[in-house]
Design a protein around this ligand. Structure first.
Ligand SMILES: *[C@@H]1O[C@H](CO)[C@@H](O)[C@H](O)[C@H]1NC(C)=O
Ligand SMILES: *[C@@H]1O[C@H](CO)[C@@H](O)[C@H](O)[C@H]1NC(C)=O
Ligand SMILES: *[C@@H]1O[C@H](CO)[C@@H](O)[C@H](O)[C@H]1NC(C)=O
Ligand SMILES: *[C@@H]1O[C@H](CO)[C@@H](O)[C@H](O)[C@H]1NC(C)=O
Ligand SMILES: *[C@@H]1O[C@H](CO)[C@@H](O)[C@H](O)[C@H]1NC(C)=O
Length: 461
């Protein structure tokens, strides 16, 4: 009986391996309340994930992973790229310090050089653009020198590497990187049989254009379809459209066959008023449908590449409370920081989720239109709030109304003054990209906090 069980188990595991799911998870650690690496890896095991992607080469995590079967993706930090690009010894040292101590016990499969570096536009970053492919080549050379051939070298890019993406057959890489970066990169990926790693979020185009793109199309439950007039290909979901636009852009540079890996995708489970559609219902729907689609047998692929597998990493394992920016940034997790699931999901794709507990109804699927203010959150640390207040007031004219005797001076409290300052700063600087965040001390509100003669500046969403 025991023998039979073992026999059956090995057949099952063999067939599972043959039809292995394509789903991995990004393990980000930008939280001060997350489980330990050991506990996190146990959680990943319990979720039956087969691949895990890290944002560094954390020694503790890589050691822990050596006793597991996870396929692992590690990352060179952005600031290390230029050094590696100019000096082979630095590349060799990186591989010696970050790969050799763990490999092959830890199944490192992808070595990613930097993260979305073509999405930064400072002068320093532009130098890094030019260093990116040379750094990838040097890392590959270091691996070869160690006779390591099964680690693919790549770099995750965001969709903003495209200057146009619709319809997919019209897509092209941005002109500022097309010849100087993308062409040599594609040549490298092609010659080394690596992948084009892309961070692809249907959430972003949908949420910034929710009038023209249907939510169903973004969540893979559309019954409508969009035809690309250039090719006649029919699209039933936004992810396919985005992926094919990359395939067409690569084809135009002469590389039609480089395989894709989705280095990040997902949907936020919570957000602020200006972030429509960020809720548990949509996050669960997107990720469940994604998993079903990506692990379906036979493979579905995309309209431009039917039947071709696309390994996929969901972003992210946990909600990470120290990610800056919009509220959604801190709510991409599958799990709460205490390790409990935010919603049920079967990452093997075997279980259709029809028998799961009902999801909370989505209440914010429509873009909020109107005025908004930015106020201090309840219970914020007063020392930190005072510091944020003074930095928000640095710009000319932001806090004049808070001066003694002026209309917003009373009541004299840090919370009141900070709320005014945050609203005023946001109103002045939102067009330059400022967000209502202030290190988590601020939140957006649609309730006008003004009183008596004190008028809070507002933004119009
Ligand atoms: C390359 O880096 C190594 C180790 O950091 C250093 O010793 C060497 O001087 C560097 N070579 C050049 C040409 O900068
Ligand atoms: C939505 O589509 C209409 C009609 O095609 C177009 O005029 C409008 O500019 C689009 N709106 C946005 C926000 O893209
Ligand atoms: C598509 O779905 C919508 C909403 O679920 C429904 O109203 C519509 O009739 C459907 N259209 C087709 C062609 O099935
Ligand atoms: C408030 O923040 C300061 C500075 O970060 C910290 O030293 C202090 O312990 C915090 N106070 C409370 C009550 O958390
Ligand atoms: C503030 O205004 C003063 C005088 O008009 C000007 O010299 C200064 O550069 C301004 N500072 C900022 C941060 O805009």
């Amino acid at each position: 009986m025991v023998l039979l069980a073992i026999f059956l188990f090995s057949i099952l595991s063999l067939s599972r391996a043959g039809t292995s799911t394509q789903i991995g998870v990004n393990y980000g650690q930008l939280g001060n309340n997350l489980p330990s690496p050991r506990q996190s890896i146990e959680l990943l095991k319990a979720m039956k994930v087969q691949s895990v992607k890290l944002y560094d080469a954390n020694p503790e995590i890589l050691n822990l992973l050596s006793s597991t079967k996870f396929q692992v993706s590690i990352m060179v930090a952005n600031h290390e790229i230029s050094g590696i690009a100019t000096n082979q010894s630095i590349a060799d040292e990186w591989v010696r310090n970050n790969v050799l101590p763990y490999y092959p016990e830890t199944s490192i499969r992808f070595l990613l050089v930097g993260n979305e570096i073509l999405s930064y536009y400072t002068e320093e970053a532009r130098q890094m653009w030019l260093d990116l492919v040379p750094a990838m080549r040097r890392i590959k050379k270091s691996l070869r020198a160690q006779s390591i051939r099964d680690i693919r070298v790549g770099t995750p890019l965001a969709m903003d590497v495209l200057q146009s993406s619709f319809p997919p057959s019209n897509a092209m890489f941005r002109s500022d990187i097309r010849e100087s970066v993308m062409k040599p990169m594609l040549r490298f990926l092609d010659r080394t049989e690596s992948f084009f790693f892309v961070d692809v979020y249907p959430y972003f185009p949908w949420s910034s254009n929710s009038y023209n793109i249907s939510l169903d199309f973004a969540l893979f439950r559309g019954n409508s379809s969009v035809i690309d007039p250039g090719t006649g290909l029919i699209y039933t979901n936004l992810l396919d459209q985005m992926l094919d636009s990359l395939i067409f852009a690569m084809s135009k540079l002469g590389y039609p066959n480089i395989r894709l890996v989705i280095a990040e995708t997902g949907w936020p489970n919570s957000g602020d008023i200006a972030e429509p559609g960020a809720n548990i219902f949509n996050a669960a729907t997107y990720n469940r449908n994604l998993v079903q689609r990506m692990s379906a047998e036979p493979r579905i692929g995309t309209p431009a590449r039917p039947g071709v597998a696309i390994p996929t990493f969901i972003f992210s394992l946990f909600d990470e409370n120290q990610k800056p920016g919009l509220v959604t940034e801190r709510h991409w997790g599958l799990l709460h920081p205490d390790g409990t699931p935010i919603y049920e999901i079967d990452l093997t794709g075997i279980r259709a989720m029809s028998d799961s507990a009902p999801l909370p109804a989505a209440e914010n699927n429509v873009q909020y239109k109107g005025k908004a203010w930015c106020v201090a959150v309840k219970g914020a640390n007063l020392t930190e709030l005072a510091a944020a207040l003074s930095s928000a007031c640095e710009g000319n004219g932001t806090c004049e109304a808070l001066a003694p005797g002026k209309e917003c001076y009373q009541p004299v409290s840090i919370t009141w003054h900070a709320s005014y300052a945050f609203s005023s700063y946001w109103a002045k600087s939102k067009s330059k990209g400022a967000t209502c965040y202030f290190n988590g001390l601020a939140k957006q509100t649609t309730r006008n906090p003004s009183r008596d003669s004190c008028n809070f500046p507002s933004v119009t969403l």
